[in-house]
Design a protein around this ligand. Structure first.
Ligand SMILES: [Zn+2]
Length: 185
């Protein structure tokens, strides 16, 4: 079972670090994917995003979700109830197997999770969560579908936009509560 931390460091130590080339590619692609005109709000409530890419046998997947959708609030937790909810949510968010179900044929195992951004570290309204998941896949070419389990976990999540950055061009899928499987074929 994967170990989790709340402090943003890499969890577990399996595998090598993210390769610089892929990392740069992901950062640029995610920046483009996430950018939108009018930055009054950094996100749209009800809408989360997933950017994913394969490099060799490493699958990297980044989830960006509004605090409102996963927690019901977007500021650092204040009351005891909010702190509890926040703690439980952070543990859940860092458990890759609770968030995504990947194509069995690709034989992917989660190796680590990193919290890139979370609401307690933000001092403005519209805090969001930004989590990176890394998998080791034996047959990444066979990754043809992914079930997003987040709708079951977070009642405020209405829509998830998925972009799969593949060498032969990006694929985009839009999922909702009635359609939780991204088919990449
Ligand atoms: Zn917001």
């Amino acid at each position: 079972m994967m170990k989790t931390h709340l402090d943003g460091r890499w969890c577990s130590n399996a595998g090598s670090g993210l390769r610089p080339a892929l990392f740069l590619w992901l950062v640029i692609a995610v920046a483009i994917f996430l950018s939108r005109p009018g930055l009054a709000a950094p996100h749209q409530h009800g809408e989360s995003r997933i950017a994913m890419a394969v490099d060799g046998q490493v699958l990297t997947l980044e989830l960006t979700a509004p605090g409102e959708d996963v927690l019901g609030f977007e500021h650092a937790p204040k009351s005891a109830a909010q702190k509890n909810r926040y703690r439980e949510t952070m543990i859940l968010l860092q458990s890759a197997s609770d968030m995504f179900e990947l194509d069995e044929k690709a034989a992917c195992s989660p190796v680590r999770t990193r919290v890139l951004e979370e609401i307690a570290s933000i001092d403005h309204d519209h805090g969001e969560f930004h989590i990176r998941y890394e998998y080791q896949c034996q047959k990444p070419d066979l990754l043809q579908r992914m079930k997003v389990l987040t709708f079951d976990r977070f009642s405020g999540m209405q829509r998830v936009k998925v972009i799969f950055l593949r060498p032969n061009g990006p694929l985009q899928r839009v999922l909702d509560r009635d359609n939780t499987i991204a088919d990449f074929r």
